[in-house]
Design a protein around this ligand. Structure first.
Ligand code: UT7
Length: 352
């Protein structure tokens, strides 16, 4: 038996510590390049009026040829680590939610681990479409709450515009690029609850329904329609496809349901919510969800106008904007809810 150095990485068996899991830092990164609705008027048959009225989007950030998902993930992660006062070497888990990894393998999380110098971390990617960040929060929460990890870096990062079909006006105007990150840290019990007001993750719920997979997909580039088959590109399969109208209806229903689910589980009411951060896909979905769960409009955060839909990055980007602007005070209850490919949906109630 060798007596090697102690490693911080994930420990094998979960324990029953049920530690409190706090968001100790947030960060974000978006490309500098802006694509406006006026730019799209020159690319496809569309208008600024249609895009604003149907989606609420005015502009989105677009990665250049030299920028890709891990570039934004690393920048967002560094910001979050700095805010949390955590050194990369103290991170036990690097988890990246993305549908647009740098490459199919190795995982983008391993590339980010190396770039950050998080030498003792265990790193992996997770794919849950636009719900990716909530799924990542759920997985990170489980590892930290159990005591298997002390510090987890959960990142949502995307370069969706690399997979945008600029011949399809119904999807190409919707998406943008960027990343957001949070540092999760384990604290001693007790777990946070509605009575003790302690900061931490109160409740996370995640769901999926594969029977609705066809509503939102990128059918090419994987093993079903591989890159080495000429038809894959000829049939424009490695691009985002969406049945927007049907997706819209399921989005509003599931977002409202799962928001109610985590609020009830956390023993909280809509009036306790300081900020509702819905996935930023469409302004009309965001407004409808706020109305359904009865969170007043001035407590529903919206930035889809500036970034478009950044999939797994949208919630952590929004969270960091609020946090860095000083619009979240300690003790505030934040409700986050997302919906996306899979279909997947989920929500989290977190006290800061
Ligand atoms: O993040 C993951 C989850 N994603 C979502 O939640 C997205 C959900 N869906 C949506 O946000 C909306 O369905 C869209 C914004 C994608 C589309 O809005 P819509 O109100 O559902 O429009 P539609 O698809 O029913 O299309 C209405 C019309 C069609 O024309 P006709 O057939 O009525 O003549 C489209 O061809 O609008 C047309 N259209 C456009 N017109 C101008 C579609 N895209 C455009 C465009 N510019 N960019």
């Amino acid at each position: 038996m060798t007596n090697g150095p102690m490693r911080n990485g994930l420990r094998g068996a979960a324990t029953n510590h049920a530690r409190r899991v706090r968001i100790a830092g947030t960060g974000k990164a978006v490309p500098d390049t802006v694509l406006t609705n006026a730019d799209f008027e020159r690319i496809v048959d569309t208008s600024n009026e249609w895009i604003v009225a149907r989606t609420g989007i005015h502009e989105r950030r677009v990665a250049t040829d030299d920028e890709y998902t891990s570039v934004f993930a690393v920048r967002a992660a560094r910001e979050a680590l700095e805010m949390a006062g955590v050194e990369p070497g103290d991170v036990d888990l690097v988890l990246i939610s993305t549908v647009t990894p740098d490459m199919p393998f190795p995982s983008t999380a391993c590339l980010v681990q190396e770039e950050l110098g998080a030498k003792d971390a265990t790193s992996f990617d997770l794919n849950a479409g636009c719900t990716g960040f909530i799924y990542g929060l759920s997985v990170g929460h489980q590892y930290v709450a159990s005591g298997a990890a002390s510090t987890a870096l959960v990142i949502g990062a995307e370069s969706l515009t690399k997979y945008t079909d600029y011949e399809d006006r119904s999807t190409c105007v919707l998406f943008g690029d960027g990343a957001g990150a949070v540092v999760l840290r384990g604290e001693d019990p007790p777990a946070p609850n509605s009575a003790n007001g302690l900061p931490g993750v109160l409740s996370v719920a995640i769901h999926s329904d594969g029977s609705l997979a066809h509503l939102l997909e990128m059918p090419g580039g994987g093993s079903r329609n591989p890159p080495n088959r000429p038809e894959t590109l000829e049939e424009r399969l490695p691009f985002i496809r969406m049945l927007g109208n049907e997706t819209f209806k399921v989005a509003v229903r599931t977002l409202a349901e799962v928001s109610g689910e985590v609020l009830a589980d956390a023993g909280q009411a809509p009036e306790d919510v300081k900020w509702l951060i819905p996935h930023q896909a469409n302004r009309r979905i965001i407004d409808a969800v706020g109305r359904r769960i009865e969170v007043p409009a001035d407590r529903v955060y919206v930035n889809v106008d500036r970034y478009g839909n950044t999939s797994a990055a949208s919630i952590p980007i929004a969270l960091d904007e609020l946090n860095r602007d000083g619009r979240i005070d300690s003790g505030d209850l934040i409700l986050m809810a997302a919906f996306g490919a899979g279909l997947t949906w989920g929500a989290a109630a977190v006290r800061f």
